[in-house]
Design a protein around this ligand. Structure first.
Ligand SMILES: [Zn+2]
Length: 246
């Protein structure tokens, strides 16, 4: 009797195991696939370069290309007009496209709720004229806080339909132009802190000569740590200092 019961339990156990072993669409398998996907996704990073294009953009693009990395460029209207070749190359090589306005002067850009919108629209016209494309991603000069108050955002994001991007990793590459180690440490420490909180790092850098000196070292380490470099698009939920997800 005991022997039969044991056999029955074994058979039952095998029968219960069966769907888990052989049906890939079981809830168990789906759950673990989700887990794997989010684990892979959690190693994503967004590099962003402001204030370009410049006379150094070609070299910057060469470095990105060398490491097979894509980034997102928040560009100034007059610079796109001045460095048309670089603007076209950014577009052609599949980097993310964003606007940074025209004047880069807070007193002008943030003069009224409409002055910022006008600058972004004008910069978009430059991008369209030079490279035949437009974008809806914007980063306002010096970041959106404290200048871009709710009434301003309602105009730029609501009326204008733009998506507002700030950052959560500040390289301070504009400040430490001679201290590359400092910039490297800023990026790596903040990336690790942001990651610990379970957030995707959005790194602020500048399209400038000094950044070219530290960029290879940054890319090398991030790649070695398994990061996947993605570009910002209108389909990515915006991250900004106001938590405005429009
Ligand atoms: Zn800027």
């Amino acid at each position: 009797m005991l022997h039969i019961r044991k056999k029955l339990i074994t058979t039952l156990a095998i029968l219960l195991m069966f769907p888990l072993l052989f049906l890939p669409q079981s809830t168990e398998a789906a759950a673990s696939a989700d887990k794997a996907a989010s684990k892979a996704g959690s190693k994503m990073i967004y590099l962003t370069f402001d204030d370009g294009p410049t006379a150094h953009t070609g070299e910057l693009l060469d470095i990105l290309d060398q490491y097979k990395v894509k980034a997102t460029f928040f560009m100034l209207g007059p610079h796109m007009e001045q460095y048309q070749k670089a603007t076209k190359r950014i577009v052609k090589e599949g980097h993310g496209l964003g606007l940074h306005g025209v004047t880069h002067v807070p007193g002008k850009f943030y003069k009224s709720a409409y002055s910022g919108l006008k600058e972004m629209q004008q910069a978009n016209e430059s991008l369209n004229k030079v490279a035949g494309v437009k974008t809806s991603l914007v980063r306002t000069p010096y970041g959106s806080k404290p200048y871009l108050k709710p009434a301003y955002r309602n105009v730029l994001l609501g009326q204008g339909g733009f998506h507002l991007w700030d950052w959560n990793v500040d390289s301070l590459d504009w400040k430490y132009k001679k201290d590359h180690q400092k910039v490297y440490n800023n990026v790596m420490q903040q990336v690790h802190n942001v990651k610990k909180k379970g957030t995707t790092p959005i790194v602020l850098m500048h399209d400038q000569e000094a950044t070219l000196k530290v960029l290879p070292q940054v890319l090398k380490t991030l790649k070695a740590e398994g990061y996947q470099f993605e570009i910002l698009t209108k389909n990515v939920q915006p991250v900004n200092f106001w938590d405005d997800k429009r």
